[in-house]
Design a protein around this ligand. Structure first.
Ligand SMILES: [Zn+2]
Length: 322
């Protein structure tokens, strides 16, 4: 059965690759559609500016033509005014003159507005055109990438499916059916690794008896919660304590403790056989005090050492550090 489970694990790896490829097949077109929508927006904004500019230019042309006509009318009116020989016709000429003046004023105002609009649109058009060009290039690039990814993913799906079918054919049909059904029911996630009594697919605890049975690899077992095929994964080894922390945790060797320290920080008297092998702390800076602790310690030494050292009182056994 262990062999079948091992094959299932291999099959699951292939299924996982299919899942990843299918995600690309879903994501790619979605990304492309989003990019297309963005590009459409940019293009619409560009086209809007361009069409408004064309309209404004056409409007300006009409206004200019009307202004030219009004100029002609004004000239005709001026001639008629010189020829008017009675009050009635003169009044008519004056009334016409007023109308021409009013229309000319309106048209000039319209012309100014149209020219301002044209200036504004002419300024806005190049950046919009640049953005459109960039967006088109980005979309084309994304399109190429997505197309390549989709082709690759399609090939991956089809090849993995072939391998899966081939492998399933080598497994006992009843066992293979378990895998196929579990994969179908769980979107390709047929297997559930189980470690330390927990199904890692659904995070549920496995009853102890079932967990023990699972480790025996005697049969195909389904997770009681998510119904995937369980496979035992040995729990990760407990973290080795690092050398430093181990040293910190280890109880100190039964080296005899120094009996304490003098006020100057020097070790107090300890028989030399009981002294730990370690360096003494640096000597205090004052040379006058340097020898004092040593003298103090000498007075506390065992009698057999004290006698020897007393014969040379100015030279302690170990010279004090500088
Ligand atoms: Zn489960």
């Amino acid at each position: 059965m262990q062999e079948v489970i091992a094959k299932f694990i291999e099959l699951q790896k292939l299924e996982d690759e299919i899942i990843a490829a299918e995600r690309i097949l879903e994501e790619g077109p979605r990304q492309l559609a989003e990019s297309q929508e963005k590009l459409d927006g940019v293009r619409a904004a560009h086209d809007d500016i361009a069409s408004r500019l064309a309209e404004a230019r056409a409007g300006l042309k009409v206004l200019e033509e009307e202004l030219a006509k009004l100029k002609d009318l004004k000239e005709g009116n001026r001639l008629r005014a010189t020829k008017a020989n009675d009050e009635r016709s003169y009044k008519a000429v004056l009334s016409e003159q007023d109308t021409i003046k009013k229309l000319t004023g309106e048209n000039e105002e319209g012309t100014l507005t149209a020219m301002e609009e044209i200036d504004r649109l002419q300024e806005a058009l190049p950046p919009a055109a640049k953005l459109l060009k960039e967006s088109e290039a980005a979309h084309a690039k994304l399109s190429r990438t997505v197309r390549a990814q989709v082709t690759e993913a399609e090939a991956a799906v089809s090849s993995r499916r072939g391998v899966i079918d081939g492998m399933l054919a080598t497994i006992d049909p009843a066992a293979a059916e378990h895998f196929v059904n579990s994969a179908k029911a769980h979107n390709g996630k047929a297997m559930a690794p189980v470690t330390e009594s927990t199904c890692l697919a659904c995070r549920m605890r496995i009853p102890p008896q079932l967990y023990n049975e699972l480790q025996g690899h005697t049969k195909i077992m389904l997770c009681p919660s998510c119904a995937r095929i369980m496979h035992f994964v040995p729990p990760p080894p407990k973290e080795e304590p690092s050398a430093k922390s181990a040293a910190a945790k280890r109880p100190k060797k039964a080296a005899p403790k120094p009996a304490g320290r003098t006020a100057e920080g020097w070790p107090a008297a300890v028989p030399c056989h009981a002294r730990p092998q370690r360096r003494l702390p640096p000597a205090p800076p004052s040379p006058a005090n340097a020898l004092r602790p040593w003298r103090e310690s000498l007075s506390l030494r065992p009698w057999h050492l004290s006698g020897r050292l007393r014969s040379r009182p100015s030279r302690p056994q170990t010279p004090p550090p500088p």
